[in-house]
Design a protein around this ligand. Structure first.
Ligand SMILES: NC(=[NH2+])NCCC[C@H](N)C(=O)O
Ligand SMILES: [Mn+2]
Ligand SMILES: [Mn+2]
Length: 307
C-alpha cells in the first residue's frame, strides 16, 4: 500500500500547548519505519504550515482561536482530498479539530468516486458541539458536528462540500459527553458504542456489526483515533484524560479487525501531547496501534478473522 504521512501541528483547538509537537513525536517513535517494515511504501511530506482565515467570525464569545482553526480546516480539506486520490493518507496531529478538515476532504473524494464514506471515531468524547453550543470554546470538541453538516456553524468554518451521513459515523469508547452534545447526538442518528456497551458486549461484536454495514454499502472507511480513547494508565500524553478507557489489548484488537476488514482508506492520529508523555510511551503505543491497523500481527493466520 502507498501511504502518505502528513504532519498537522495544530494545537489551537485544544486550549493548551503541546500538540504542535505531536508529528515530531510520531516520527521520533519510528512510525515511518514501522509501516515500511510491513511492506508499505511510505512517503512523509512533512508538516503543513499554519494558515489563518482572517474573517472567520461567530457570535459565541467563548470560541478560542477561530481564525487559526478555520484556516487549518480549509487547508486540510484540500490536502485530504488531494492525497487520498493515490494513497492512504495518515494525518499526524495535532489536536482533534483537524478532523473537521480531513474528513471533509476525504468525504469529497469518496463522493467523487461514488462511494459512501463511513467514519469510526475512537474517542472518550463525542466531539459533537457546534460553534453555538460549546461552553469550553475549545474547537477540538466540534469536528463531528461540522462534518455531519449540523446547524450551528454559521459561515465561520469553510463551506462543507460533502457532509457525512450521521448514520455512517460509529463512535467507540465514549465516556464523557456534555449536556448539549447528549441531546444532539441522540437525535442525530450517530451510532454510539459507549463504554457501557463495550463492558457488556466487548469490542468485537459491535465493531463487526459496523464493519458489515460498511462492506454491504461498498463504503470507504476513515479512522479517527484520539489518544484519550485509551486508558490514561497506558496513554498519559493527552490534555483531556478520562478514566475507564480502552485497554491495550482492546485497542490492538480493534486495529487488527480494522486491518482484516480491508476497508480503511485514511487515518487521523490525534491529540498526542508529547509535553505530557512519559519517555515517549504514548507516542510508541500510538505508533504500534497504527502498525496493527496497517497489518502488523503476532502470527500469520491461515484464515482471516473478519467475517
Ligand atoms: N478532542 C477532544 N479531546 N475533545 C474534548 C472535548 C471536551 C469537551 N466536550 C469540550 O467541548 O470542551
Ligand atoms: Mn476527540
Ligand atoms: Mn477525546
Amino acid at each position: 500500500m502507498d501511504i502518505t504521512l502528513i504532519g498537522v501541528p495544530v494545537q489551537e483547538g485544544s486550549g493548551r500547548a503541546g500538540c504542535d509537537m505531536g508529528p515530531s513525536a510520531f516520527r521520533a517513535a519510528g512510525l515511518t519505519s514501522a509501516l515500511a517494515e510491513l511492506g508499505h511504501k511510505v512517503c512523509d511530506i512533512g508538516n503543513l504550515p499554519p494558515r489563518r482565515l482572517e474573517d472567520a467570525r461567530h457570535t459565541n464569545p467563548v470560541l478560542k482561536n477561530l481564525p487559526e482553526v478555520a484556516g487549518w480546516i480549509e487547508q486540510l480539506a484540500d490536502v485530504a482530498y488531494r492525497e487520498s486520490s493515490q494513497s492512504m493518507p495518515i494525518f499526524l496531529g495535532g489536536d482533534h479539530c483537524l478532523s473537521a478538515g480531513t474528513v471533509a476532504g476525504i468525504a469529497r473524494r469518496a463522493r467523487e468516486n461514488g462511494r459512501p464514506l463511513f467514519v469510526i471515531w475512537l474517542d472518550a468524547h463525542t466531539d459533537f458541539h457546534t460553534l453555538a453550543s460549546t461552553e469550553s470554546g475549545n474547537l477540538h470538541g466540534t469536528p463531528v458536528a461540522y462534518f455531519t453538516g449540523q446547524d450551528g456553524f454559521g459561515t465561520a468554518f469553510p463551506p462543507l462540500v460533502a457532509p457525512v451521513a450521521p448514520e455512517n459515523v460509529f463512535m467507540m469508547g465514549i465516556r464523557s459527553v456534555d449536556a448539549a452534545e447528549r441531546k444532539a447526538i441522540v437525535s442525530s442518528g450517530v451510532d454510539v458504542c459507549d463504554m457501557r456497551r463495550i463492558d457488556e458486549e466487548g469490542v468485537v461484536a459491535p465493531l463487526k456489526q459496523f464493519l458489515s454495514r460498511v462492506q454491504a454499502a461498498d463504503g470507504l472507511l476513515h479512522v479517527s483515533l484520539d489518544v484519550d480513547f485509551l486508558d490514561p494508565s497506558i496513554a498519559p500524553a493527552v490534555g483531556t484524560t478520562v478514566p475507564g478507557g480502552a485497554t491495550f489489548r482492546e485497542a490492538h484488537l480493534i486495529m487488527e479487525l480494522l486491518h482484516d476488514s480491508e476497508l480503511v482508506s485514511s487515518l487521523d492520529l490525534v491529540e498526542l501531547n508529547p509535553f505530557l508523555d512519559e519517555r515517549g510511551r504514548t507516542a510508541y503505543l500510538m505508533t504500534d496501534l497504527a502498525a496493527s491497523l496497517l497489518g502488523k500481527r503476532v502470527i500469520d493466520r491461515p484464515t482471516r478473522s473478519f467475517s
